[in-house]
Design a binder for this molecule. Structure first.
Ligand SMILES: Cc1ncc(COP(=O)(O)O)c(C=O)c1O
Length: 433
């Protein structure tokens, strides 16, 4: 290893592959060990302060170490961390979720978004008696096989052919996963009709990464799935409680059969929820085992009282007046500022996102799906992300979305914009000159 590494980085590389916990894909010299966070700022173990625009990959929507979440959780910890059964807190949370989520007549808890989408798909297969699943290119639905198939494919295969985005997957092998382009209602409708007899579910991120749904796209998925006996699954792990209190369902006015939640709901603690129609969720009743269609769902930490308490406290904060107006105003301020910086430098790019989410795609045509949102110069885009990281902006250098929180404000966004301007001048402008 190169000398000049901090002692923390040396230790991280000695114990963790790439010195990280997965996905951050930082070069060795930027290996970062975080020690604490407050609001929207992080402190690294070697004493550096960074502006956080990752916010625990969006799991911390209220802000780091906010006493409105931290204090009830600390009090609850003194009463026991986990019982692997229903507690007063998880029951209250289930009741609240059923009020908030248009799709949910019943819910079950797990500990991550990965589990939540996996259970939705298993339920859909069992309920319909069919095996195939249709997903959209470029979406991420968690770490399971379907979740990462065609997540970032490198080849432009003809739809609906899938490409595994990891070794060790099997979902792409026997035609179980079909892939369609996001925002192309016609192609999706054609595939749903063509595979109706074998298709259990269509799973979609209603806002895919940072790509908003085209008018009518989600409505068309709803109509076509219903017409062909296919379940519609919304992966609201990112959009839930973030785009609106009632998530993407409220924002876009479309109600799926099943929905998966995670991230922001848990206030930074591990959480996953899957829920939906009672007649589908009923299949997970254990007394059915061996007698009727039955779906195994279980999670040791699902519904634990600490995560449930954090979720209830998070929902209290998010339920306050004006919260979403603030998140949307801040997001617009950030995205407008980014557009301005790019326009001033005549850089071809789209600024994507809605509400408290933002992402830059260096493309010369409007981005509406995975293929059209690919950077025209991937190497330059990566250099830009790394330069921002060097300038003290904590983000995922894979160029995924920036997450805002209630702890951010317009002046923090302006700090980011200033650093972005400097980074663009350093990295992109010379390339264009
Ligand atoms: C849309 C979406 N679904 C599912 C997941 C998986 O959630 P988790 O990391 O909690 O398993 C993620 C995580 O980033 C996500 O963005």
């Amino acid at each position: 290893m190169a000398s000049g590494f901090s002692e923390w980085a040396e230790r991280a590389h000695a114990s963790l592959p790439a010195g990280g916990n997965g996905e951050f894909d930082l070069p060795d010299d930027l290996t970062t060990v975080v020690e604490s966070g407050k609001g929207c700022r992080l402190r690294t173990a070697d004493g550096r302060e960074m502006l956080d625009f990752s916010m625990g990959w969006g799991s911390v929507l209220v802000g780091h170490a906010d006493p409105r979440i931290a204090e009830p959780v600390a009090r609850r910890l003194a009463r026991g961390a986990n019982f692997a059964t229903v507690t007063d807190a998880s029951l209250e949370l289930a009741e609240r979720l059923i009020q908030i989520s248009p799709a949910c007549e019943r819910v079950r808890f797990c500990a991550s978004g990965t589990e939540a989408t996996m259970y939705c798909l298993r339920l859909a297969r069992a309920f319909t008696g069919k095996q195939r699943v249709l997903r959209f290119e470029g979406a991420y639905h968690g770490a399971h096989d379907v979740g990462v198939t065609s997540m970032f494919p490198s080849r432009r295969l003809e739809f609906p052919a899938p490409e595994p985005s990891s070794d060790g997957l099997t979902a792409h092998e026997d035609g179980r996963v079909l892939v369609a382009p996001f925002n192309d209602a016609e192609t999706a409708a054609g595939l749903i009709a063509a595979y109706a007899d074998e298709l259990a579910a269509v799973i979609v991120e209603p806002l895919q990464r940072c790509l908003p749904p085209a008018p009518g796209f989600l409505e068309s998925l709803r109509t076509e799935t219903r017409a062909h006996g296919v379940l519609l699954v919304f992966d609201e792990v990112v959009t839930g409680f973030r785009l609106a209190y009632g998530g993407a369902q409220e924002r876009y006015g479309v109600t799926p059969d099943l929905v998966a939640y995670g991230k922001a709901l848990g206030g930074g603690l591990p959480i996953g929820v899957f829920g939906g129609r009672e007649d589908v969720m009923r299949l997970s009743s254990e007394h059915r085992h061996g007698k009727a269609t039955y779906v195994w769902t279980a999670s040791t930490l699902g519904g634990n009282p600490l995560s449930s308490t954090a979720a209830l406290a998070t929902l209290d904060v998010l339920g306050e007046d004006g919260v979403y107006d603030r998140l949307y105003a801040m997001g617009s301020h950030l995205r407008d500022g980014m557009r301005e910086l790019l326009a001033e430098r005549s850089i071809d790019a789209c600024v994507l996102g809605e509400g408290p989410l933002a992402q830059i795609a260096f493309t010369d045509a409007p981005a509406r799906d995975y293929r059209s949102s690919q950077h025209s110069d991937k190497a330059a885009a990566r250099r830009l992300m790394l330069e921002l990281f060097r300038r003290g902006v904590f983000l995922n250098p894979m160029g995924t979305k920036l997450y805002l929180s209630l702890a951010h404000d317009e002046s923090v966004c302006d700090e980011l914009l200033e650093r972005l301007g400097g980074a663009l001048d350093e990295v992109m402008a010379p390339a264009l000159a």
